[in-house]
Design a protein around this ligand. Structure first.
Ligand code: NIG
Ligand code: FE
Length: 424
């Protein structure tokens, strides 16, 4: 019996989220549930999915480590497709100013915000970033995350951007979660370029991005495209260069003001456009038509006391919507998947089924990985969650609290609440 040959049987609900590409609009409501379901995983890959009876006819359970999922729901591992989880220092003080009434942009314009974290991240040693990063990944795992995206963008110089990305490489090797890396040198203008954002754009295009590409340190390129941060034209320049260098494209788009970010994402052929609180009607149509995944981050809107992105409208207009945490030290210091789902369902009028699709197959598509993760289909990675409860409907209902009992990653049980949490 090989360790990662697993059979899950008798699942009250096997929520497969079956599919190999992003689900747009109405298709987001279909979870492809098998009652009394079973899954076979061999050597880390899903081999068979079906009713328990059918699976037991074809496979001998003595060949497997068997998990009896009676009275439990089984789902694909969650994919958190937008985070900034490697950083030095914290910004609790700024959070208290925001509670007092200062806005995120006011704090940024006063020299706080992202550049504060840049200072602390430049000063942090590789080991410090590793040790805080590791703890954060452990916490994500406890919420059922099996793949996480992480961005650079707290270095804003060549050395520190590389340090952040290499920390993610090392964490990927030692932690069960898979990490997808994004270069985000255009996150803010660093103090040494204050007032000279065009020069900074030139600097990253000429001196930073080619090196990141050469060393293959990131798969995606992202830009904070926002009024008083990086303009549409600056963003376009950076992302055209990124495409030339072989990066796939993401954008922080239309977060604080309506800016044309979603439209630009569609023009650039971006894989995803993220935030979208202020997206225009045309931006919604452009994303739906071009298949850009609209990634919504409701915990950030909540934390910033902003109104939520029009998620219902995006789904009704045929967009593929993903949800993510945006975990970062400033606008959203929160990695709770269930809290994001609670906000999406209770505040944004997104259906529970749509929210599950948004955190599984659509989030996988936001990382260009819908063919390998995000659903329980034969051929995909054995990344699977067993809940403590018999239905996925408990996920928004148990507000903000994890309902995940076991996490299987690449066919190995890596987390079990009954055995104290993380197992390796
Ligand atoms: O996605 N909006 C820009 N960037 C991050 C926040 C980063 C920070 O404040 O440190 C975000 O919200
Ligand atoms: Fe972000």
């Amino acid at each position: 019996m090989m360790k990662n040959n697993i059979m899950i049987k008798n699942a009250a609900e096997l929520v497969t989220c079956s599919g190999f590409k992003a689900k747009q609009g109405k298709d987001m409501s279909e979870l492809h549930i098998i009652e009394d379901g079973a899954v076979v995983i061999e050597e880390g890959i899903i081999k068979a999915v079906g009713k328990t009876e059918e699976i037991l006819e074809k496979y001998d359970e003595r060949d497997f480590q068997v998990i009896d999922a009676s009275n439990k729901a089984v789902l694909p591992g969650f994919v958190d497709s937008h985070t900034h989880f490697v950083f030095g220092g914290y910004r609790a003080e700024e959070f208290s100013w925001r509670l007092r009434g200062d806005s995120y942009m006011e704090i940024m314009q006063k020299g706080g915000g992202i550049v504060n974290t840049v200072k602390a991240t430049r000063e942090a040693s590789f080991e410090e970033l590793m040790s805080t990063g590791l703890k954060r990944l452990d916490s994500m795992l406890s919420f059922g995350v099996t793949t996480v995206e992480g961005k650079s963008g707290y270095g804003l110089d060549l050395e520190t951007e590389i340090k952040q990305l290499k920390v993610m490489d090392e964490l990927d090797k030692i932690h069960p979660l898979d990490i997808v890396k994004t270069f985000m040198g255009a996150h803010a203008t660093p103090v040494e370029f204050k007032g000279k954002t065009d020069d900074y754009v030139e600097f990253i295009i000429e001196n930073v991005m080619p090196e990141i590409a050469e060393q293959k340190l990131a798969e995606f390129s992202d830009v904070f495209c926002e009024k008083n941060v990086f303009s549409i034209e600056q963003t376009r320049r950076i992302q055209e260069k990124a495409k030339e260098l072989g990066f796939k494209i993401k954008l922080h788009a239309d977060e604080i003001v309506q800016f044309g970010g979603a439209e630009l994402a569609a023009q650039l052929g971006a894989v995803s456009a993220d935030h979208l609180l202020q997206v225009s009607e045309k931006g919604i149509k452009d994303m739906a038509n071009s298949g850009v995944v609209a990634t919504l981050l409701p915990c950030t809107a909540f934390s910033l006391k902003e109104s939520f992105a029009p998620g219902r409208k995006m789904i009704d207009n045929g967009c593929a919507v993903a949800l993510a945490t945006d975990f970062n030290p400033g606008s959203c210091f929160c990695e709770s998947i269930p809290l994001v789902i609670a906000l999406a369902t209770l505040q944004m009028n997104i259906k529970t089924e749509e929210a599950i699709t948004a955190f599984t197959i659509n989030a996988a598509a936001a990382l260009d990985r819908a063919n390998e993760i995000g659903s329980i289909d034969p051929g995909k990675k054995g990344d699977i969650l067993i809940l403590e409860f018999p239905s996925y409907k408990f996920i928004p209902y148990h507000i903000g609290v994890s309902t995940v009992e076991k996490v299987i990653k690449n066919g190995t049980i890596v987390f079990d609440k009954n055995l104290g949490g993380k197992l390796c």
